[in-house]
Design a protein around this ligand. Sequence first.
Ligand code: PLP
Length: 378
Amino acid sequence: MKQFIYVDNAATTKLDIDAFEAMKPYLLEEYGNASQPYSFARKPKQALKEARAIIAQCINADPEEIFFTSGGTESDNWAIKGSAFSDTQKRAIITSQIEHHAILRSCEDIEKMGYPVAYLPVTKEGIVTAEALESVITPTTRLVSVMLANNEIGTIEPINELCKIAHQNGALFHTDAVQAVGHIQIDVKKLGVDLLSASAHKFNGPKGIGFLYIKKGTPITSYTSGGAQEFGMRAGTENFASIVGMAVALKKNCDTITENTRHIEAMESQLLDGLSSAGLDFVRNGSNERVPGNISLSFKNADGEALLHRLDLMGICVSTGAACDTVNTRVSHVLNAIGLKQEYSNGTIRITLSASNTQENVTAIISALRIILLQGRI
Ligand code: PLP
């Protein structure tokens, strides 16, 4: 049988079996609308309450600060547009050049409506510095939005430091934590953020569900108009089976972060050592502070897209850059922003390991890359 090795876990993850089992009753039996007053709605209503409490606990928030959304994209759109529209006087937004397109396109939308947006540059490790933020922030800044962990190169940003600068200047702070929640410990109080986006399918939950953390008292407009769901801020019948699945998956991931990190980091070292010993000329992108398992590799004078397809033929799933960006298969905005030389950037692939990968998987990946890059064959 042909091997199948999935190492594109930053694109999406496998649904956790316990999360799936927890969802099933709410799809098949307890399907009542949680907004109805009759007894058939009691269980879904209770499930919603419990899921909100579990998720809040995982990030040290209060349950009333968790707002369910359809995923990371919606949470990001809401954070940017909802903060921008909530104050007609302070209109400026600051973000970084290496954000996910859910943030960048949302910013472009509001720019077209006359809101000024500044895009901060990053260091060659992909870090947004305090100096860069301080040089553009003004009393008219409404929101600063910087991601917690970059999806392409894994760099973890100095959120707490950036957040303090935003607050000293009277601005709100949002972080897109889609690549971080469930992978590193998150404490919204320690981070100090006002808004935080998360998406279940990045931590073994179902697709099409996520949440936006909104700190109590944060001025933000509602996302949709209609019913009174989500404390009147995000109308629409709740996707409570997926919400239940998201809570189970997040709790399980958070409970096992330490052992998962140890296992993933051991595989990371094995991969990097193996590739170096093979004599391959490559750089690993990102900073030393990285989300575990995110390995962006740029091979000199190689073609990342061809590499992806050759690995695919060998049963190995990797990505070239942002998975949500299949249209732009050339050098990504992140690799451009870190100033990677073209002889390396064209040969970039992203391998993202999960706890369910094995040392045997890594051995097979090293062997496949040796065959493709050194022997030029499949
Ligand atoms: N933000 C980041 C950093 C991401 O990596 C992604 C997805 O890759 C998103 C937002 C979008 O999340 P979703 O797929 O849940 O819409």
